[in-house]
Design a protein around this ligand. Sequence first.
Ligand SMILES: *Cc1c(COP(=O)(O)O)cnc(C)c1O
Length: 485
Amino acid sequence: MRYISTRHGSQGSPAPLNFEEVMLAGLARDGGLYLPESWPHFSKAEIAALQGKPYVEVAFQVMRPFVGTAFDEPTFRRLIAEAYASFETPDVAPLKALGDSGLHLLELFHGPTLAFKDVALQLLGRMLDHTLVQRGQHATIVGATSGDTGSAAIEAVRDRKTIDIFMLHPHGRVSEVQRRQMTTVLAPNVHNIAVQGTFDDCQDLAKACFNDLAFRDRHALTAVNSINFARVMAQIVYYFWAALKLGAPDRPVAFTVPTGNFGNVYAGYAARQMGLPISHFVVAANANDILPRFFERGAMTMTGVTPTLSPSMDIQISSNFERLLFDLYSRDGKALAEAMTVFRATGTLKVGANALGGVRALFDSGRLDDEGTLVAIADCRKRFGEIIDPHTAIGYAIAQQHRRDAAVPMIVLATAHPAKFPDAVEKAIGLRPVLPPRLADLYERTERVEGLPNDIAALESLIDDRMAAHDGSRVAGRPQVKVST
Ligand SMILES: *Cc1c(COP(=O)(O)O)cnc(C)c1O
């Protein structure tokens, strides 16, 4: 399997890469996102053969074509088994029917940090570590977080000798659960940094590190944000898993996805490209509705970010949407690169009527404000006895407006555990959801975090210092295996 950039053919485009290179690179050098040159296809018989198989087996079969020769079979099976052993249930992603409504919840929050990002990051952390050990290399992850991504990434790479992670969050602007999930990880390779500034400031600082090429090379910077194709790959699995539970390949299903950066729902689109019978997708947004506006009008227009009760969907632009746009531009990377340049300059990107008709056949969309979100949490509890988090609630409400066919089951992706957003849930139903037992002492654990002014020079010297101190203290622990290729 070879991978190309969504902007291939434009200036600075890399030659096609293999899986390992794509995983280590994250973003392509031409500014585009990697995707496979063509999708692997699963016949009806091949999908039927996955029925009744455990999650880890479905995962192995679905992902195997993507990784190519990056891992041999026993290694890849072991990495998958270890990643999903960190989940609370061997089912990894349990599917729950909501009465006989035809609605189902796919619970993706049973991993270590209680949000769906664990599903991909637990595997990515292990794949990265394995590859770095093989190559005798060390990598440094620098990232910015407004909440869920930071804790999932930290949990995925903690205690790895091959990786150091520097995670920036805006001081005083993440919830207490989210902060503690990051700062109570005391592993020596984890560096939490509270920046005097906003989330955007954090993101700008992280970007500035990547744009300083000498710095980037000195520390082998890498990114694990949702544009990394390895994350998309790991998310494709649970679309197969859920559809199989409801009768695939003989019976189609529909999915509703609480959406921010479009990474999760794009994985569903990929599953459909691979042959999984999916009738349609519903893209569910909060007040930050750039995607519903696009699906309604055929124009993507940037606006400011509005803070909501579903902070992980508070986005200005959905970065992964470029992967769908690539198909809308008939896989013409050069034309897409030009359109993205115009978008950055003017804040607007338009697609033609034909392309819009095509996506509308496959994607419905809707938005829900905070008031509606609280009503939806209460409604789900009253009708079905289930307590859902504010992100899931948006999916739950919008799904019901877009059942195209009552005979087709509608699967709502439950993206976070309600205890991760206790204030919103309490406001809706008057009950405070409790953390699962393994996180029950989160509020008593010791925290470690460093403060930093919003200043790139200060950040770079902090990283230089930490890495220098670190190298000295564990020379003997550095991987010695040499690259074989
Ligand atoms: C990250 C996140 C989302 C948005 O997912 P995308 O892949 O960015 O669309 C939705 N809900 C929760 C709880 C999240 O953490």
